[in-house]
Design a protein around this ligand. Structure first.
Ligand SMILES: Cc1ncc(COP(=O)(O)O)c(C=O)c1O
Length: 378
């Protein structure tokens, strides 16, 4: 049996008629750039995120970059985030001319530790980017409290967390601005690169909309220089169809997470911890195991595609050598990165498939324990 990490074709088959009709409709109307599909999607996604406004952009990386620029972050500023994330989170800080500052994550949730923020704040700090990694909402109480005390902006990186809630509120709607990726494998994915920014601040969204469209006020009048980063009409049409299914798909992911939790309870693998105020959407189901690389190889041999998100924390990446952050500076982050393993997770997974995966993990973990005992005996 081959089980991928995520199966986009299986999902397409469940909504084929609506997707095909939406694509045809967009082509018939030639609504490729701007147009009614985009406008409708922006309104529907803003409402889904319980936010006042939304602007579609080219991808999640641009969503973060444009949000930071819209908030006025630029050269000389510092922005605090975590090193246990995809590079886009930090890359976009650098793109604005600011400097990324990495803080620790919490050992249990693997998310930004609000207690680590205070000591990272300087007179140059402008913003904080919490990352709702794996579909797990960060501790937004702690983060918002520090941010408001220091008058810092909060840019939520919600690229992996469409629909997740913190204390009943949708992620993306809690900070000053929320940034989403619609990369195909995300909980809400387009058929190519796409992204969006949401906010309760309609003026901010207006600014970001202009930045994403060459600083345009009018066709050939430009208030400032921007970029070309728009959400295509075809993607908007696809996303509108998929948005109608998102809650059901997230519910399926929750069901799968419950089954994994139950099956792997005594496996020896460290299971995800959910904060009592969090309602995650399980973009990934990430366990921690002793010998991650050999477990991944064992699963691969059985046709199970497990992933690693992410093997090398950002502060230890060649791209961030210039920050001169030595190894062991973020011990929790580094420990987590060494042990994380993402098991297959997508709505269309069957109970049988999860059973097969869980059995394989249990067997691999017990073989590993046996091996360790043998090694100790010599
Ligand atoms: C946490 C996080 N932030 C930002 C991004 C960037 O999104 P995109 O790939 O759409 O540019 C991603 C995408 O993988 C992500 O996982």
């Amino acid at each position: 049996m081959n089980i991928p990490l995520c199966d986009l074709y299986a999902q397409y088959l469940t909504i084929k008629a609506d997707i095909d009709a939406a694509i045809t409709r967009t082509i018939v109307h030639s609504s490729f750039i701007g147009g009614e599909e985009l406008q409708a999607f922006e309104a529907e996604f803003a409402s889904y995120c319980e936010s006042k406004a939304c602007v579609g952009v080219g991808n999640g990386t641009d969503a973060l970059y444009l949000a930071l620029r819209g908030l006025g972050v630029g050269p000389g500023d510092e922005v605090i985030t975590v090193a246990h994330t995809f590079i886009a989170t930090a890359e976009t800080i650098t793109l604005t001319g600011a400097r990324p500052i990495f803080v620790e994550i919490k050992e249990d949730t693997m998310l930004m530790d609000p207690d680590a923020l205070e000591s990272a704040i300087t007179s140059r700090t402008r913003a904080i980017i919490p990352v709702h990694l794996y579909g797990q909402p960060c501790d937004m109480d702690g983060i918002m409290e520090v941010a408001s005390r220091h008058q810092l902006k909060v840019v939520e990186d919600a690229a992996q967390a469409h629909g997740a809630r913190w204390r009943g509120k949708r992620v993306g709607s809690i900070g000053d601005v929320g940034c989403f990726s619609f990369f195909p494998g995300k909980n809400l994915g387009a058929y190519g690169d796409a992204g969006a920014v949401v906010s309760q601040d309609e003026q901010l969204i207006r600014r970001i909309r202009m930045l994403a469209n060459h600083g345009r006020m009018d066709k050939y009048m430009h208030e400032y220089e921007g970029v070309n980063s728009r959400l295509d009409g075809l993607h908007a049409a696809v996303l509108r169809v998929k948005l109608r299914h998102l809650d059901a798909w997230n519910e399926a992911r929750r069901r799968h997470a419950r089954q994994y939790m139950e099956a792997l309870r005594d496996s020896g693998a460290k299971l995800p911890v959910v904060h009592p105020h969090a309602e995650p959407v399980w973009h990934l189901f990430v366990v921690r195991v002793g010998d991650r690389d050999s477990m991944q190889t064992v699963l691969q041999k059985q046709g199970i595609a497990a992933g690693v998100h992410y093997p090398v924390p950002l502060h230890l990446q060649p791209a961030y050598k210039y920050l001169e952050i030595p190894e062991a500076s973020l011990p929790v982050t580094e420990r987590v990165a060494a042990h994380v393993l993402s098991l297959p997770m997508y709505p269309e997974l069957s109970r049988d498939q999860i059973e097969v995966i869980s059995r394989a993990v249990i067997e691999a973990a017990s073989a590993e324990r046996l091996e360790a005992r043998r090694a100790c005996a010599f």
